[in-house]
Design a binder for this molecule. Sequence first.
Ligand SMILES: C[S@@+](CC[C@H](N)C(=O)[O-])C[C@H]1O[C@@H](n2cnc3c(N)ncnc32)[C@H](O)[C@@H]1O
Length: 364
Amino acid sequence: MSDGVPFSEFMDGALYDPVTGFYAVEGRAGRRGDFLTSPEVGPLFGALVAERLDREWDRLGRPDPFVVVDAGAGPGTLARALASASPRCAPALRYVLVEASASQRRRHAEHLDGWEGEVDAEGLARFVTSTGSGPRFASSTVLPVDVDGVIVANELLDNLPFDIVRRTPEGAEMLTVVDGGPSTGSVPVELPDEVDALLTRVPMGTWVPWQHRARQWVADALSSLRRGTVIVLDYGDTTDALAARPETGWLRTYAAHERGADPFAEPGSRDITCDVDIDQLSLDRSPDLITTQGEWLEGLGIDDLVAEGRRQWHERATAPDLVALRGRSRVGEAEALCDRSGLGAHLVLEWHRRPTWSTAEADR
Ligand SMILES: C[S@@+](CC[C@H](N)C(=O)[O-])C[C@H]1O[C@@H](n2cnc3c(N)ncnc32)[C@H](O)[C@@H]1O
């Protein structure tokens, strides 16, 4: 009898098959999409990311070009909000929307002034070394290299294929997929020692996600940066806390704004995601910052932007214009973005890479 395929392989096909995968057949973030992410709540999130970028630009000595990579950019909503927030770094800004799905990349051009199109590896290298007259935006399927700037990933890592493993007295086992469903038996698997050590913290026999692709993504992102910051925003928790959730509660599926359960039903019809294991992401290098989205946005001045919005609304409330309406909508957006039982509880992880001469010092 066949051992089947690892869950990660099944998930890869279900989400990213170029013809039948969820993201090939128009699955996406947004009010008219399948799930609501922070950029899709409204422009306030982009305005606060713009503030974070300006702070990083200052910290790096205002380089030109200043490269910002939006990894797993989806339809490009964050890029549009950022452009309309007019950050101070805009003249130096080279913004790369890295997106695996062709149907999402096709949306990047919409309402984005300064969009230079989709670039191949050679075009990308030219784009991220060009200077002045920003902001400029380009789409790509790969991360650029040697960048001075920021790599930001909102709800990307939860979407990277993962495996499902557990420890037993005989060793580690992996869940496999046979004929579109979970196999009844499991298959022995050799885990890296450091992952195995993490799993000793959870009760024997408990299924947990093994997020090798997400861990590799962080390593790749850090090595793409010459100096700057990698920022990951996602839902997640520690290994112990994930393992303690009943019924593999770290596994989520979404379709048409409904959170579902069975990841095997009708592959391609729903998103399959996983709460990000921050212990696994910290194995190669601990983040310099781990906080919640609510606290991160407070630190970037969300309360001031909301107060300004309220003022704009009250000043114009008798004859409201677009500025007044945007001001009023900030109040609701901020509530959603900081909601402790929702987006506000998402985690923000930052890894800083500082300019220095020796590699050993470069990361500290
Ligand atoms: C949950 S969506 C998030 C979209 C957007 N960042 C947001 O917050 O609304 C994840 C996106 O990551 C894309 N993606 C998945 N793997 C990727 C990869 N290896 N490189 C680039 N994009 C990827 C998917 O196609 C999808 O559009």
